[in-house]
Design a protein around this ligand. Structure first.
Ligand code: NAD
Length: 243
């Protein structure tokens, strides 16, 4: 595995959950971390590290993405973690939900990748990690139509970027978690009414008998950043959900 010491990392949605854990894991690995999110308060609550800076960045805003990458200079590792979960089947979903899911879960990645690629091509080095889900082209999950469509698109865009830029020594991989403890997961469980029953049902889906921890997903992000012979892959990390 490549030494990540001194590599510059840009992480989106680093204020909480998997993105937050990943910002800390990359800092621990010796990277210079730019942790970004729209939630400035969450960013302010990240533990202080000399090699970790925080910045408000709305990944829906193309100009802001370009400006942020220009300020950073060269991004060696991009972790696209921002995403949103909508409930509902194809008949229940609102078109506006699908549009928003595609904008935040898919097009935001296209914005950030476009912004960092020219520098990566120039340096002939780069690692891009995109957050997908097992609820995608890997597995159909009930009540997750817009989400599954958008996260399947993430796998497609990951493979397309990997294919186009493998000759430039730029790798692009996707992470596909099962259910992971995070603030938004807590919101989804509470929204179902009976929190304990909803939590038990989510745990029952993972044969390993528990939910994932953000730190476990962060470990995989760090691994993929340094996995110099791995590209175009969608890696499931799901407690056995897709065995
Ligand atoms: P979360 O959903 O609790 O937090 C999401 C973060 O994204 C928040 O800090 C929020 O402020 C930020 N955000 C929202 N809109 C943004 C924008 N426009 N620009 C920048 N940041 C924005 O975190 P999580 O549950 O760890 O999810 C992180 C990613 O992992 C998402 O892409 C999600 O789809 C994916 N994922 C999560 C799970 C899970 O069970 N938690 C499973 C599979 C995949």
């Amino acid at each position: 595995m490549a030494d990540l010491q001194g590599k510059t990392v840009l992480i989106t949605a680093a204020g909480q959950g998997i993105g937050r854990a990943s910002a800390l894991a990359f800092a621990e690995a010796g990277c210079t971390v730019h942790a970004t999110d729209i939630n400035e308060q969450a960013l302010a609550e990240l533990p202080k590290r000399d090699n970790l800076t925080v910045e408000r960045l709305d990944v829906l805003d193309e100009a802001a993405v370009k400006a942020s990458v220009a300020r950073i200079g060269s991004v060696d590792i991009l972790f696209n973690c921002a995403g949103v979960v909508h409930g509902g089947s194809i008949l229940e979903m609102k078109d506006s939900d699908l549009d928003f899911a595609m904008d935040l879960n898919v097009k935001a990645m296209i914005r950030t990748i476009r912004a960092v690629l020219p520098g990566m091509i120039e340096r002939k080095d780069g690692a891009i990690i995109n957050m997908s889900s097992v609820a995608s082209s890997i597995k159909g999950v009930p009540n997750r139509f817009a989400y599954g469509v958008s996260k399947a698109a993430v796998i497609g865009l990951t493979k397309a970027v990997a294919a186009d830029y493998v000759g430039h020594n730029i790798r692009c991989n996707a992470i596909c978690p099962g259910t992971v403890e995070s603030p938004s997961l807590q919101d989804r469980l509470r929204a179902q009414g009976d929190y304990e029953a909803a939590r038990a049902a989510f745990i029952a889906r993972q044969p390993i008998g528990r939910l994932g921890r953000p730190e476990e997903i962060a470990d995989l992000a760090v691994h993929l950043a340094g996995a110099t012979y791995t590209t175009g892959q969608a890696i499931a990390i799901d407690g056995g959900w897709t065995i």
